[in-house]
Design a binder for this molecule. Structure first.
Ligand SMILES: Nc1ncnc2c1ncn2[C@@H]1O[C@H](COP(=O)(O)OP(=O)(O)OP(=O)(O)O)[C@@H](O)[C@H]1O
Ligand SMILES: [Mg+2]
Length: 387
């Protein structure tokens, strides 16, 4: 039974938490946020902001005890505390079990294998040394992709090993997995939502273009420029994956469309996702409202697009660290069909996600053209730039 006055606690107060708070404000839902940074993006938009480490057992437990429903905007949270909260009768969406599997790329891959979900071939290694031995004995051949099992994000726990020299310079330390290097025709993401009544809906697939140096999504397009059959397959896979995880809330499913036209699941995130930001302006229901609907046991919203759209991340300029300074805002906002989101982070750093821009236009070609025209208009540096 939905209660308007229930207290919802979000672990994490970054930009995803901020945008969840913005959506929650439409219904005046009561939101508490836990984040270690006092000036975190969500800190000004919630009813109660608690400064604390969401990786710490006691902190998460006591935060969770003071709310009715616990959710996350980042998956690197203390999962033992989530289990304890579930056992004490609190509602936790996504479930502790799903978060535990997803936190560890090794467990995630085993989960796909066990559930018959297509994913690049892989093997788990207890250290980088055992991976090296597997390469030297030709059990694994280059190129391959090495991923650390835990705590990777924004491409930081991923090394693409192409040459023997890469084994010396790029190898990551610690428990890891090796993955088949896939020749990718397009990277896709489908955000699925499941509510407490086991209803599932999916947003239309998006196409992600990567920034090579930063290893971050640079531009996202929706609808993806793929065939209707490929889109339907990607949607069906996302639905299968969210049902397999048996979780409530959003699940963003990142996939590869390979050169030989297979669709493979790369990884998932059980929360709102960078690849769904365009839904705020471009879909009937935003991913953030959808997450709230799903975890609160409400009917899921219409996921159809109102308009083709693109999304550009606004990244901190290379070589700049410190309080951010933005240039180009006036010029950007003079463009029609352009929506600016600034997260209010107190410090910029090279390639840090400081905001995003959503672009709408009548066709995806016009979205792409507009994106290329405006992509460098906004700059985030750590000191005022001469103009
Ligand atoms: N098996 C693979 N074959 C080819 N390219 C890959 C493979 N795995 C990962 N990549 C490339 O590396 C990128 C980052 O990988 P992945 O999504 O697993 O890491 P991540 O650090 O969790 O990323 P993010 O936080 O940006 O989503 C992918 O988007 C893709 O471009
Ligand atoms: Mg990824």
């Amino acid at each position: 039974m939905f209660k308007l006055d229930q207290r919802i606690g979000i672990l994490g107060g970054g930009q995803l938490g901020k945008m969840l708070c913005q959506a929650a404000a439409d219904w005046h839902l009561h939101i508490a946020v836990l984040d270690p940074t006092p000036e975190a993006p969500a800190s000004h938009l919630c009813h109660r902001f608690v400064v604390g480490d969401f990786r710490d057992y006691e902190t998460v437990l006591s935060f969770g005890q003071q709310v009715d429903l616990i959710t996350i905007e980042i998956e690197q949270v203390n999962v033992q505390a989530l289990y304890a909260l579930e056992q004490s009768g609190k509602v936790v969406h996504p479930s502790a079990k799903a978060v535990e599997i997803i936190q560890d790329k090794g467990k995630q891959k085993i989960f796909y294998a066990e559930n018959g979900i297509p994913t690049p071939a892989f093997e788990l290694f207890e250290s980088e040394q055992s991976l090296l031995e597997a390469v030297h004995s030709a059990r694994w051949r280059l190129p391959l992709v090495q991923k650390t099992r835990v705590a990777g994000y924004d491409g930081r726990g991923v090394a693409i090993l192409r040459t023997p020299e890469d084994l010396d310079t790029k190898l990551l330390r610690g428990p890891c997995l090796a993955e088949e290097f896939v020749s990718v025709r397009a990277e896709l993401a489908v955000i699925a939502a499941r509510n407490t009544f086991d209803e599932v809906v999916v947003f239309p697939p998006v196409e992600m273009d990567f920034h090579a140096e930063a290893n971050l999504v640079e531009m996202l397009l929706c609808p993806a420029r793929i065939s209707p059959i490929e889109a339907a397959e990607a949607e069906a896979i996302a639905e299968r994956v969210i049902r397999a995880f048996d979780l409530c809330g959003l699940l963003a499913v990142e996939m590869f469309l390979t050169q030989d036209r297979r669709i493979l699941v790369n990884e998932v995130a059980p929360r709102p996702h960078n690849s769904g930001h365009h839904t705020i302006e471009a879909a009937v229901t935003s991913q953030f409202q959808q997450h709230l609907r799903a975890i609160c046991g409400l009917p899921l919203g219409d996921t159809s697009l109102r308009t083709p759209a693109g999304m550009l991340n606004i990244l901190g300029a290379p070589d700049h660290n410190g309080p951010p300074h933005y240039t180009g805002i006036e010029q950007l906002l003079a463009e029609p069909g352009v929506y600016l989101h600034l997260y209010g982070k107190q410090r910029t750093a090279p390639f840090r996600k400081m905001g995003h821009i959503t672009i709408t236009a009548p066709t995806i070609e016009e979205v792409v053209n507009k994106a290329h025209r405006i992509r460098h208009v906004i700059e985030v540096t750590s000191r005022p730039q001469k103009t």
